[in-house]
Write a protein that binds this ligand. Structure first.
Ligand SMILES: Cc1cc2nc3c(=O)[nH]c(=O)nc-3n(C[C@H](O)[C@H](O)[C@H](O)COP(=O)(O)OP(=O)(O)OC[C@H]3O[C@@H](n4cnc5c(N)ncnc54)[C@H](O)[C@@H]3O)c2cc1C
Length: 326
């Protein structure tokens, strides 16, 4: 017999765990299914660890400019391994706080990969390969998103990185190409530039931070230029070829001319794709819209639950605000 809940939440990121806790506070019997890490991308590989890295960069910058504050000059140095270790510790501490919050609110955490088998059933496969079925009146899908990859070349963590690799780099890049200038791209550009990398940003749009107001973008662009970060707007990456030493990028500018340039590393920061595969959506007939789950104004899918509302989708589609030093 399958365990029965009022609500099952699939995915333990900020979308999922907050919804689970709130539902439990409203007296529902709630289970949360998570395959790798409570806290999702935000706490483990997103918002939190990036802010820790940026704080290290900020402190380093202040120390380099200590004389400006009347402090006796000295030459600061950095240890990349320790900067990363701190960022991982901060992420782990906050993620473990989520575990405590869920326990305190009596949300049952089920570890494993969840897949919908009907509009009120979920099959969970544990890391050991065991399968268990669960039932619920309502289900919230909060499976989040992952880094979008370039069409022709995969980020393998060697010389081409996604945010995941860039948060735990094997070495400090000497000459870095950041592809895409949304919040994630500019945060990494800022971090690596502060620690001495020669950074270029390539962006399709006429401005960096294309989702932000023109004034904000212009302000950041000016500050970046002052810090030696090269910005190539209205430019497109045509090709990226990795080899043992680094990557060769072919970049077309506003005039259409293609220029080839070598970089030691590249970070692909061209957005995210939703985690909608292999969770049973197709079998249930859940509609998608451009790769994301289609929902109504209440976040409900087209599939009805046990004669009630549709399955809900929680996805934090809020724009990310970069936390860079300008
Ligand atoms: C580098 C970076 C920096 C960022 N900085 C910020 C910031 O400063 N501010 C901000 O607001 N946002 C930031 N974001 C965005 C933020 O991380 C996301 O908006 C947020 O994580 C989305 O939450 P979510 O719960 O929808 O998905 P996620 O956090 O992606 O969580 C989804 C969870 O579902 C789990 N899951 C998926 N499929 C299954 C399955 N079949 N079975 C079980 N579990 C499953 C995943 O393992 C994951 O834990 C950043 C993102 C990145 C990558």
């Amino acid at each position: 017999m399958a365990d029965h809940f009022d609500l099952i939440v699939l995915g333990g990121g900020p979308g999922g765990y907050v919804a689970a806790i709130r539902a439990a506070q409203l007296k529902l019997k709630v289970a949360l299914v998570e395959r790798v890490h409570l806290g999702g991308i935000c706490l483990n590989w997103g918002c939190i660890p990036t802010k820790s890295l940026l704080r290290s960069a900020e402190v380093y910058h202040e120390m380099q400019n200590a004389e400006a504050y009347g402090l006796t000059s000295f030459k600061p140095d950095f240890d990349l391994d320790r900067i990363i270790a701190r960022s991982r510790e901060v992420a782990a501490r906050l993620a473990s706080g989520v575990k405590t919050l869920l326990r305190k609110n009596k949300v049952e955490v089920i570890s494993g990969v969840g897949q919908l088998t009907s509009n009120h059933q979920m099959l969970v496969t544990t890391a050991e390969g065991e399968e268990k079925a669960f039932e619920a009146k309502d289900i919230i899908i909060a499976t989040g998103a992952r880094a979008r990859q370039l069409p022709n070349v995969r980020a393998d963590g060697k010389h081409i990185w996604t945010y995941h690799h860039a948060l735990k780099p094997p070495e400090m890049p000497k000459k870095l190409l950041v592809i895409g200038s949304g919040a994630i791209g500019v945060e990494f550009a800022s971090f690596y530039a502060d620690f001495g990398a020669e950074v270029s940003i390539v962006e399709h749009a006429p401005q960096i931070l294309p989702m932000e107001d023109a004034e904000v973008s212009a302000y950041v662009a000016k500050a970046f230029a002052k810090r030696g970060i090269r910005i190539l707007t209205q430019s497109a990456l045509q090709n990226l070829t990795p080899d043992d030493e680094g990557v060769t990028a072919e970049i077309s500018g506003a005039d259409g001319k293609v220029v080839k340039e070598r970089f030691s590393h590249a970070i692909v920061a061209i957005g995210v794709v939703a985690n909608v595969e292999d969770i049973g959506l197709d079998k249930l007939g859940v509609e998608l819209n451009r790769g994301f789950i289609a929902v109504d104004g209440f976040g409900r899918t087209n599939v009805k639950m046990c004669g009630r509302s549709g399955m809900s989708l929680v996805h934090l589609a809020l724009p990310i605000r970069p936390a860079i030093r300008v």
